[in-house]
Write a protein of this length. Structure first.
Length: 160
C-alpha cells in the first residue's frame, strides 16, 4: 500500500474535467489525467446531475490507477427519484414529490454500507426520514405515517 496514493474528491457526475480539483491533485503523481477524467465520466454518466464522491487510487511506481465511486448522499438520491433540483424550502407546507416504498428501499440498498442501520428495514426507515426534511411524500402519505406502518409490519412483504 506504501506505493499507492489516494486522492478523494467530489465530482459532478459525467462532468469531471482535468482542471481543479482533479488535475492539480493528480499532476504531481505523473498519472494520465485525461484518462482518469474519461474513466470517471464513464463510470458516473448514469448519475447525471449528482455530485459523486470519487476515490482515485494511484500506484506511484507504475502510474496505473483505479477509481472507486462512492454513492451520493441519500437526499440527492431521493431528489433524483422525484426529479427535483432541490428540497422544499418549507417541508411542512410544500411537497416537491412522492416516492414509492420500493424506491425508498432501492435507495436504502445503495446506501446500506454508509447508513447507521444494520438491516434493510431500518435503512429504508432512515431514507424515509430524509423525505420528511425534503418535503417528499412516500406512497402519497406523510413519511412518518409510512415509518409507523413499517414498524407495525404492514409492509413486511417488501423486505423478504
Amino acid at each position: 500500500m506504501g506505493d499507492k496514493q489516494v486522492v478523494e474528491t467530489l465530482v459532478e457526475a459525467g462532468k469531471a474535467t482535468p482542471g481543479p480539483p482533479i488535475g492539480p491533485a493528480l499532476g504531481p503523481l505523473g498519472v494520465n489525467v485525461t484518462q482518469v477524467v474519461q474513466k470517471i465520466n464513464e463510470k458516473t454518466k448514469d448519475l447525471e446531475g449528482m455530485k459523486i464522491p470519487v476515490k482515485i487510487i494511484v500506484d506511484k511506481k507504475t502510474k496505473e490507477f483505479e477509481i472507486e465511486l462512492g454513492t451520493p448522499p441519500v437526499s440527492a438520491l431521493i431528489k433524483k427519484e422525484v426529479g427535483a433540483e432541490k428540497g422544499a424550502s418549507n417541508a411542512r407546507e410544500e411537497k416537491i414529490g412522492n416516492i414509492t416504498l420500493e424506491q425508498a428501499k432501492k435507495i436504502a440498498e445503495m446506501k446500506l454500507q454508509s447508513l447507521l442501520s444494520y438491516d434493510l428495514k431500518s435503512a429504508t426507515k432512515e431514507v424515509i426520514g430524509t423525505c420528511v426534511t425534503l418535503g417528499v411524500t412516500v406512497e402519497g402519505k406523510h413519511p412518518k405515517e409510512i415509518q409507523k406502518e413499517i414498524d407495525q409490519g404492514v409492509h413486511d412483504h417488501i423486505f423478504k
